[in-house]
Design a protein around this ligand. Sequence first.
Ligand code: MN
Length: 346
Amino acid sequence: MSQTPLSLAFDDREAEYETFEALLSESDSLLVVCHDYPDPDCLSSALALSNIGDALDVSATEIGYGGGISHQQNRAMVNALDIDLAPIESCSLDEYEIVAFVDHGVSGRNNTLPNGFTPDIVIDHHPSDKVDAEYADVRTRVGSTATLLTRYAEVLDVGIDERIATALLFGIHRETLDFTRGATTYEHAAACTLRPAANRSLINTLSNSVFTPETLDGIGNAILNRKVRGSCLVSFIGQITERDILPQAADYLLQLEGISTTAVYGIVADEIHLSARTSNSRLHIGELLDDAFGDIGSAGGHHDMAGGQLPVGLLGEVDTPDDIADDLIDRSVRRRLFDTLDEWTG
Ligand SMILES: [Mn+2]
């Protein structure tokens, strides 16, 4: 095992890495499944894992994803790094010997796979007590899944070329908002490993990729529609086609003076999607969202960033979304958010 910043920072998991290597090298086909609306952390991890599969002579590797890729930076990343992705609906799970989840861990949660499906491999940094896989590596103390995949490539001695290094470093940059949110020594160590090979001008270009008009409108609506209670801000932005507007708006609004918690929600297709952020260290926004919505949908995440999806039928009688239905949805979600925030802070 090479002595690198990461090997110094990480626990010794030699036996686990050997299990992982044996599992992959004995297999002929690998499907890496991204979570829905994959972000750069997930995309780069999937790319790195499929590259490890190639290096271990897995003859067929594929990356599948659900939802869409609507965030301008994520689309730019997929294009610039030529990441080959297939919609998950077009992948048949039983054609692959190994199905691996990266940056998510449970079937049916933040992915479009059936409830109860058991993946062979899970590599993730999100807290979850329900992960079930032949090989599961869930390390919540690291700030990004890309950090873990950097370590796998190192340990298994799989070359980290410019494309992989650029993807993983961009993944870490985005996941930690340029090392300002949730970045640990592990992310800094991984960056030391990746930086020499990474194309830093491409990372700059990707970081500065332009907003789509819809993103700008969505953030504008989030600003206009904001409702503030104490240090908490929530905003409903109605029907949207680009789900990735939500985390961008939640991040942006967190910069408002006096605000330490934000939640932005909208309707994507036939679901309500939420994204929330907090800089209040006494809150765990992932658990808070689970408290607020766990009974009607799926919601959760980290202590400072989280998301969720709820069926629009939350209110029962709403079928064709219109202004009245939107208003009901807004009130109902807002009430649950504010009530749960009160319970946590009161
Ligand atoms: Mn992640």
